[in-house]
Design a binder for this molecule. Structure first.
Ligand SMILES: *[C@@H]1O[C@H](CO)[C@@H](O)[C@H](O)[C@H]1NC(C)=O
Ligand SMILES: *[C@@H]1O[C@H](CO)[C@@H](O)[C@H](O)[C@H]1NC(C)=O
Ligand SMILES: *[C@@H]1O[C@H](CO)[C@@H](O)[C@H](O)[C@H]1NC(C)=O
Ligand SMILES: *[C@@H]1O[C@H](CO)[C@@H](O)[C@H](O)[C@H]1NC(C)=O
Ligand SMILES: *[C@@H]1O[C@H](CO)[C@@H](O)[C@H](O)[C@H]1NC(C)=O
Ligand SMILES: *[C@@H]1O[C@H](CO)[C@@H](O)[C@H](O)[C@H]1NC(C)=O
Ligand SMILES: *[C@@H]1O[C@H](CO)[C@@H](O)[C@H](O)[C@H]1NC(C)=O
Ligand SMILES: *[C@@H]1O[C@H](CO)[C@@H](O)[C@H](O)[C@H]1NC(C)=O
Ligand SMILES: *[C@@H]1O[C@H](CO)[C@@H](O)[C@H](O)[C@H]1NC(C)=O
Length: 414
């Protein structure tokens, strides 16, 4: 039935089949389903467990795209290192191993994802009870979008779940903004709202959650006064503390006045709020440049100052207009060169604002200068120098001395 040719053929078939079925030729490719974040490095390993002869390896992608990796072969193991994974590396990689020229292949399905940071809740004006406001939460650099889910919560209660619509094939990371119309009620007061973003895939065993919290609910406001029985003109501090996120804007009003009186303050806590903007200014301070009583002929200056930046300062001699020099917003200076007896009197420092004025005064007395010039004992002094000093000069000195004396005696001020 079967001649020599036939037997030869069967033998050849047999050899071929033996060659096809190399016993014990097995290999593995790990990991088979890597899920890896953008920017990371991935190492795939192709390992032949048993092969009686030489082994060769080849790496490629299923669609014959460039895999961008570098391979390194040892006798029975080959590694493929792909550095700095990008979205474009989401692909199927094939490792082809040949034992004695007999090829086999295995695949690894790479899934790249990107979820680098917590969602961002942009600042917005504080919420008002019963008023609907659009809240938004931004998740940056997400991939793949279809794995994303955003949950809005008030404390533990879910308010809204947002699952992005499938928006077609994207081959890069993208930003996603979840928007939610929120109507705060009295129940929300002081409670936190959070935006919880989850990137998950049951198939690939990924389940990452990141979230951001905002105290979006209407806040609470407390005020306190440093000293409730403060007298007018004394320093008064009112602290306004407001809870809320974003930080509430605080406006100061004087009761009955429609427009906001004082500055807006974005801070959560306003401290050192001086009431001077709504009442009379602080009492200003008046000082003399000198210690002790000034003397006739001296150059003096009077300083009027205030720690109340909102008040306008003036410095003058009582019942007279005087020119003073403004140093800055909180001080004015009056210079009196060569002080005269007639400069003695009351000087007024006045601080004034829209709500009133406060004054401080100083009583300046001028001490007469008795020893403007030392007169020598006349007979002794004049005789030796009579020849060289003209009598006119001496007469002049005498006249000036007497005048000075007369002026001094007429002023009985200390
Ligand atoms: C394995 O390869 C080496 C060099 O590439 C060759 O010399 C050797 O004969 C091969 N062995 C087998 C069993 O094919
Ligand atoms: C990784 O790849 C990104 C995008 O191609 C590039 O901007 C970045 O510089 C790379 N980083 C490193 C460490 O090579
Ligand atoms: C908000 O609405 C509720 C119910 O309508 C009402 O009782 C409450 O007074 C409202 N709050 C404000 C601040 O208007
Ligand atoms: C995502 O948002 C960031 C920051 O606003 C921006 O720099 C980046 O270009 C955005 N990316 C895309 C894909 O629009
Ligand atoms: C609200 O969130 C802030 C942090 O943003 C936290 O300090 C505060 O305790 C939270 N309040 C509640 C009631 O959970
Ligand atoms: C992700 O983990 C949370 C708990 O940590 C679980 O409630 C949720 O069902 C998980 N999601 C998926 C898709 O596995
Ligand atoms: C007063 O100031 C003038 C110039 O400003 C100066 O010449 C004079 O010496 C000063 N007098 C005294 C007593 O300091
Ligand atoms: C204003 O001038 C006075 C006197 O020179 C000085 O003591 C004070 O520090 C100044 N104030 C400011 C705000 O510059
Ligand atoms: C200012 O002081 C002088 C001398 O001490 C005194 O005689 C005078 O009455 C005082 N003036 C006032 C208004 O107090």
């Amino acid at each position: 039935m079967c001649g020599v040719k036939c037997i030869t053929f069967l033998l050849w078939i047999n050899i071929l089949s033996v060659k096809t079925e190399i016993p014990g030729f097995e290999f593995e490719l790990t990991p088979p389903k890597p899920v890896i974040h953008v920017g990371k490095d991935l190492k795939l390993t192709c390992r032949v467990n048993a092969c009686p002869g030489n082994v060769t390896f080849a790496w490629r992608t299923l669609l014959d795209k460039y895999h961008g990796g570098v391979s390194k072969n040892e006798r029975t193991v080959s590694h493929l290192l792909i550095k700095n994974i990008t979205v474009k590396h989401s692909n199927i990689i094939v490792c082809k191993a040949s034992c004695e020229g007999q090829p086999k292949q295995k695949t690894s399905q790479i899934h790249v994802f990107s979820f680098p940071q917590d969602p961002v809740l942009p600042e917005l004006k504080s919420l008002i009870e019963n008023q609907t406001q659009k809240l938004s939460c931004i998740v940056h650099d997400i991939y793949p979008l279809e794995w994303l889910q955003i949950k809005w919560l008030r404390e533990d209660k879910t308010l809204f779940v947002d699952k992005p619509h499938y928006v077609g094939d994207y081959d890069d990371v993208q930003n996603y903004t979840s928007e939610f119309n929120y109507t705060p009620s009295v129940l929300d007061r002081g409670k936190n709202i959070s935006c919880r973003a989850t990137l998950s895939s049951t198939e690939f065993g990924l389940n990452e959650t990141r979230y951001s919290i905002a105290e979006y609910g209407p806040g609470t406001i407390t005020t306190s006064i440093n000293n409730p029985s403060v007298k007018l003109g004394e320093h008064l501090e009112i602290t306004c503390h407001a809870d809320g996120n974003p930080k509430p804007t605080i406006l100061w009003f004087k009761e009955g006045n429609e427009p906001a009186l004082q500055s807006q303050n974005e801070k959560l806590i306003i401290s050192d709020a001086s009431w001077s903007q709504a009442g009379p200014p602080n009492i200003p301070k008046i000082q003399l440049s000198h210690r002790g009583d000034p003397k006739e002929g001296e150059n003096i200056s009077i300083l009027c100052s205030s720690d109340d930046g909102s008040a306008e300062l003036t410095l003058y001699r009582q019942s007279q207009s005087t020119e003073s020099e403004a140093l800055n917003k909180s001080a004015v200076l009056l210079k009196i060169p060569s002080l005269q007896i007639t400069d003695a009197g009351i000087y007024v420092c006045e601080a004034k604002n829209d709500f009133g004025s406060e004054r401080s005064t100083i009583n300046i007395t001028v001490a007469a200068q008795h020893n403007v010039m030392k007169m020598p004992d006349l007979p002794v002094a004049i005789l030796p120098i009579a020849g060289s000093v003209s009598l006119l000069t001496i007469a002049g000195l005498l006249i000036r001395y007497c005048r000075k004396k007369a002026r001094s005696n007429s002023s009985n001020i200390s």
